[in-house]
Design a protein around this ligand. Structure first.
Ligand code: 26W
Length: 817
C-alpha cells in the first residue's frame, strides 16, 4: 500500500485496536489508540522499507555504518507521518474518530537513548541521510532504560527510571536471523595452522548473543527508509536441565547475568568519563556485533575482503566506539587470514572518527588490566597497533619522548581511546570551524602535524523537518506561504525570507505567531509548574544539559542581580522577562545538581515577591527532552548560548533556536561563531572572552577572581546571597560549594575555572542590549526574521552532503514505488 484513504486508515485503526486489545475504538484508551495508529503507519513504512532494501541489494550500494552509543530519537509517530506526507489524512481520520492527533502523539514515550547533543546529532543525521537518499545503518544499543526521567521535588532533581519499552515499541522489528555471538573474557591460545602461520584463538570465554532490532528512518517524501539497528543482548540458551553439573549451572547463570546487564541502562553522563567496566562491555558488545554483521553482509556479495572499503564506512561517533579499529583488525586477521599490513590497510580506509568535545574529563581511557581481562584478543591487537605506531614516532621524531608521551595509544597503564581512533582512521573531524581549529592547534596538535590530511571540519546541523515543520507548524506554514515549500528539503531557500524582514505586515504576522507559540508554552508551564507567565514578556531560554562549562550559573546570577536592582528600585522600568531553564544533571554530578536547586530557589523567591510586580519570573521546566524541546524552541525570544569560549564544541540547540526566530545571546564559541557569520553581528548579542583569551589565561594558570569580587559590589552582593540564607533559609550550606568554586582554588581545580565572574559584567551589558532592542518591536521582528532567513547553513542536510563528499563518498539512490 502506498497511502491510506481516510476510510482505509479508519479500518486499519479499528482492526489493530481489535486484534491487540479486543476492543472497539470508542472503548480504547489513548495509549491503545496510539499503538493502533502507529501499527497502521508502520504498514505504510514497510512497503518503502522493503523496496529501499531491494534497491540497495540490486545496486550493491556503499553503506555508512554510523556507530554511536547514543541515538536521541525523540518520538517517531509525528515525524513519520510528516515524512510519509500522510499527516493530513491521519489528522482528519482521528478527528472523525473524535480524537486530536496532538493528543495521540503525546501518548508515545520519547525514545531517549542518548544524553544530549551527540545523541541528538546522530538522530538528525539519520533523518537527513534518508531524506537525501543515502544508504546508512545507524548502529547502537537497545537500552532497556534510556535517559532517566527528571522530577523536581522541592527544587531538587530526582531521577526516575525511563521504562520506555513497557508497552512495546510498535515501530521496531526484531531480526532474529541477524543475531551474532560476542565473546568476552577467557584467554588467547596461540597455535599454528597447516602452513605454519600463527593463529590466535580465544578460549574459555563468556559468549553473549547479540540480537538486533531495526527501527525505520523515513526520508521526507522520497520512499527511502533506512534502519537504525539497536542491539539487545541475550544469554545463549544452553541451560541443560538434565545435567546437575554444578560448574555448568553456575556458568550458565553467570552468562545470563552478563547478558541481562549489558543493555540495561544508558550511562547518563554527558562529557564526563566514569571508567566503569560495564560501559566497556557495552562498547565492545555493540561494536563487535555491528562490525561482524557488516563484514558478513559484505561477504554475501563479494569475494575479496580487501575491497571492503569500497562498500563500507564505519563512522565513529566520538571515542565510544573506538574499539571498532581493533575489532575490524581481529576479524581480518583471525577470520580472514589477512597479513597485518593488509588488514591495517583495509581498517584505516574504512574507519573515520568524529570528535565532539575538548573537555579533558570526557577523554576515555581504560586501565590495561580491566581492558585485557575483558577483551584479551582485542588487547593484543591494540598493543601491536601501538608498538608499530611508536616505532614510527621514534623513527620520525628521533626518540622525542614528549611526542611519545602525547601520542602513545597505551601510556601510563592506560589505553587512550581517542589516540586509537585517530591512528586507526583516515578522517578525523571536528564539529564546528572553531572546534576543528582548536583540535588542530591545541588538543590534537601532534597528530595534526603528523597527518594533516586526515583533519577536516564538518559543522553540525539539525533537521528542519523535526524542528520547524513538526515543532512549529504555525511558523512553517507562514514561511511556506511566503516563499514556497522548498525549504523543507533545501533550507538555503530560507534566504528568500530576507525581503520580508522589513515589511511591517510580515513583521506583525511573524510576531503574532511567536506570541501564539508563547501562549502554548505558557499553558504548558501553567499546567506543569503551576506558575503564571506573561506571553508578552521576553521569553529568555536556556535549555541543554547542565554542565558548569555551559554556565547556567552565569544566567541565574544575572537573574539574582536583576532582582537585586528591582528590590532597590521597585519602580525600575524594565521589559518583563521570563527566564526559562531546562536541564538534566548527571546523577552523580553534585555541583550541577546544586545549580538546579539554586535556579529553583531563586525562582521560588522571585516568583513570589509581590513587590516586584511580576516583572521577572523564573521557570525550571522539568524533564527537558526532545518532545518538549520542540515546543520550547518555537516559543523562545532569546537563545542563551553562553558557554565559556572554546568549551562548547559546536552546540546544536543554538541552531534550533535560530531556525525558530530566537535571537542568540552568546559567546563566540562553537557554532555560535558561524551563526553570527551568517546572520550578522548586528542581529545577535555577543559578549565575553574570546576562545583565544580563555586559552591564554588557562596556559597562564588562570586568573584571580578575587580581584573582581573585591572591586564589584554587585557581584559581591549576589554571591553573599548564595550563602546567607536569602535563597536557602533552612540550609545556609546548600550553595556554599558553588559559591566557593568561584573564588578558591580547590584540589587542582582553578578558582572560577569557567570565567563566570570574568564575563559577568559583559553579560549584564549584553542583557541590557537585549532589553533595549526588545523595546523596539520593528527592530526585534526584523532581526528575528533575519535569523530564520539565514539559518540555511545549519540544516543537517548540508552537513551530511559534506560528509558524503569529503569522507564517505556515497552514491544517492532513488526508490520508486
Ligand atoms: C564518556 C562520557 C561522555 C559522554 C558523552 C563523553 C562525551 C560525551 C559527548 C561527546 C558529549 C556531547 O554530547 N558532546 C556534544 O556534541 C554535540 C554534537 O557534536 C556538540 O554540538 C556539543 O557542543 C558537544 O558538547
Amino acid at each position: 500500500m502506498q497511502a491510506y484513504s481516510k476510510d482505509e486508515l479508519k479500518r486499519s485503526i479499528e482492526d489493530y485496536v481489535k486484534v491487540l486489545y479486543r476492543k472497539g475504538v470508542s472503548e480504547a484508551s489513548k495509549k491503545q489508540i496510539f499503538q493502533a495508529v502507529a501499527y497502521s503507519v508502520k504498514d505504510l513504512i514497510i512497503e518503502q522499507w522493503m523496496e529501499t532494501h531491494r534497491v540497495y541489494e540490486e545496486e550493491d550500494v556503499k553503506t555508512v555504518y554510523y556507530l554511536s552509543m547514543e541515538f536521541l530519537m525523540g518520538r517517531a509517530l509525528g515525524n513519520n507521518i510528516i515524512n510519509l506526507k500522510t499527516n493530513k489524512v491521519v489528522e482528519e481520520t482521528l478527528r472523525e474518530l473524535g480524537l486530536k492527533l496532538e493528543d495521540v502523539e503525546e501518548e508515545e514515550p520519547d525514545p531517549a537513548l542518548g544524553n544530549g547533543g551527540l545523541g541528538r546529532l546522530a538522530a538528525c543525521f539519520l533523518e537527513s541521510l534518508s531524506t537525501l537518499g543515502y544508504p546508512v545503518i545507524g548502529c547502537g544499543i537497545r537500552y532497556k532504560y534510556g535517559m532517566f526521567e527528571q522530577k523536581i521535588e522541592n527544587g531538587y532533581q530526582m531521577e526516575v527510571p525511563d521504562d520506555w519499552l513497557r508497552d512495546g515499541n510498535p515501530f521496531e522489528m526484531k531480526q532474529e536471523e541477524a543475531a551474532v555471538i560476542v565473546k568476552f573474557g577467557g584467554y588467547v591460545r596461540m597455535t599454528k595452522d597447516e602452513n605454519g602461520r600463527e593463529k590466535y584463538i580465544q578460549e574459555n570465554y563468556s559468549p553473549v548473543r547479540a540480537v538486533p532490532y531495526d527501527l525505520p528512518i523515513v526520508g521526507y517524501s522520497n520512499h527511502v527508509v533506512n534502519s537504525l539497528r539497536i542491539w539487545d543482548a541475550e544469554a545463549i540458551d544452553h541451560f541443560n536441565l538434565d545435567s546437575f553439573d554444578k560448574g555448568d549451572y553456575l556458568k550458565a547463570v553467570e552468562q545470563q547475568n552478563l547478558a541481562r546487564s549489558i543493555c540495561e541502562v544508558l550511562y547518563p553522563n554527558d562529557n564526563h568519563y566514569a571508567g566503569k567496566e560495564l560501559r566497556l562491555k557495552q562498547q565492545y558488545f555493540f561494536v563487535s556485533a555491528s562490525v561482524q554483521r557488516a563484514v558478513l553482509k559484505y561477504m554475501e556479495k563479494h569475494e575479496d575482503i580487501r575491497q571492503l572499503p569500497e562498500k563500507v564506512i564505519f563512522q565513529l561517533n566520538d571515542t565510544h566506539p573506538s574499539v571498532t579499529v581493533a575489532e575490524l583488525m581481529r576479524i581480518l586477521l583471525d577470520d580472514y587470514d589477512l597479513s597485518w599490513d593488509e588488514a591495517w590497510e583495509v581498517t584505516t580506509k574504512t574507519c573515520a572518527y568524529t570528535n565532539h568535545t575538548i573537555m579533558s574529563e570526557a577523554l576515555e581511557k581504560w586501565p590495561i588490566d580491566l581492558f585485557a581481562k575483558l577483551l584479551p584478543r582485542i588487547y593484543q591487537i591494540v598493543e601491536e597497533i601501538n608498538r608499530r605506531f611508536m616505532n614510527l614516532i621514534h623513527e620520525k621524531y628521533h626518540c622525542n619522548f614528549k611526542k611519545v608521551e602525547k601520542m602513545a595509544i597505551i601510556y601510563n597503564g592506560q589505553i587512550r581511546m581517542a589516540n586509537l581512533a585517530i591512528v586507526g582512521s583516515f578522517s578525523v573531524n571536528g564539529v564546528a570551524k572553531l572546534h576543528t581549529e582548536i583540535l588542530k592547534n591545541q588538543q590534537l596538535k601532534d597528530f595534526y602535524e603528523l597527518t594533516p590530511e586526515k583533519f577536516n571540519n564538518k559543522t553540525n546541523g539539525i533537521t528542519q523537518r523535526r524542528f520547524l515543520l513538526h515543532g512549529n507548524p504555525l511558523l512553517a506554514n507562514w514561511v511556506t506561504s511566503k516563499i514556497g515549500s522548498e525549504w523543507i528539503t533545501h533550507l538555503e531557500h530560507m534566504k528568500k525570507l530576507e525581503t520580508y524582514a522589513l515589511d511591517p505586515i510580515c513583521q506583525k504576522e511573524f510576531m503574532d505567531i511567536k506570541y501564539q507559540n508563547k501562549v502554548r508554552l505558557a499553558e504548558y508551564i501553567k499546567q506543569h509548574n503551576k506558575i503564571e507567565v506573561d506571553p508578552n514578556s521576553i521569553f529568555d531560554v536556556q535549555v541543554k544539559r547542565l554542565h558548569e562549562y555551559k554556565r547556567q550559573l552565569l544566567n541565574i546570577m544575572h537573574v539574582m542581580y536583576l532582582y537585586e536592582e528591582l528590590k532597590k528600585n521597585p519602580r525600575m522600568d524594565i521589559v518583563p522577562r521570563t527566564f526559562i531553564f531546562g536541564a538534566k544533571a548527571s546523577a552523580g554530578y553534585r555541583r550541577a545538581k546544586a545549580i538546579i536547586k539554586l535556579i529553583n530557589s531563586v525562582g521560588e523567591v522571585v516568583n513570589n515577591d509581590k513587590t516586584i510586580g511580576g516583572k521577572i519570573k523564573v521557570v525550571f521546566i522539568e524533564n527537558y527532552r526532545v518532545s518538549n524541546a520542540e515546543m520550547i524552541f518555537a516559543a523562545a525570544d532569546v537563545s542563551e548560548q553562553i558557554s565559556t569560549a572554546s568549551k562548547e564544541a559546536s552546540g546544536t540547540g543554538n541552531m534550533k533556536f535560530m531556525l525558530n526566530g530566537a535571537i542568540t545571546l552568546g559567546t563566540m564559541d562553537g557554532a555560535n561563531v558561524e551563526i553570527v557569520e551568517e546572520v550578522g553581528l548586528e542581529n545577535a548579542f555577543i559578549f565575553g572572552l574570546s576562545s583565544d583569551e580563555v586559552i591564554k589565561y588557562e596556559l597562564e594558570g588562570g586568573y584571580n577572581p578575587k580581584d573582581i569580587y573585591n572591586q564589584d559590589l554587585g557581584i559581591r552582593t549576589i554571591m553573599t546571597h548564595m550563602i546567607d540564607g536569602y535563597y536557602a533559609p533552612v540550609n545556609l550550606d546548600l550553595f556554599r560549594e558553588v559559591h566557593n568554586s568561584l573564588l578558591d582554588n580547590f584540589g587542582g581545580e582553578r578558582a572560577d575555572q569557567f570565567f563566570i565572574l570574568k564575563d559577568f559584567r559583559s553579560y549584564v551589558e549584553a542583557q541590557q542590549k537585549v532589553e533595549m532592542a526588545y523595546r523596539n518591536p520593528e527592530w526585534w521582528a526584523k532581526a528575528a526574521i533575519l535569523n530564520v532567513a539565514n539559518s540555511g547553513k545549519f540544516s543537517s542536510d548540508r552537513t551530511i552532503e559534506e560528509y558524503v563528499e569529503d569522507i564517505w563518498k556515497l552514491e544517492k539512490v532513488t526508490v520508486e514505488l
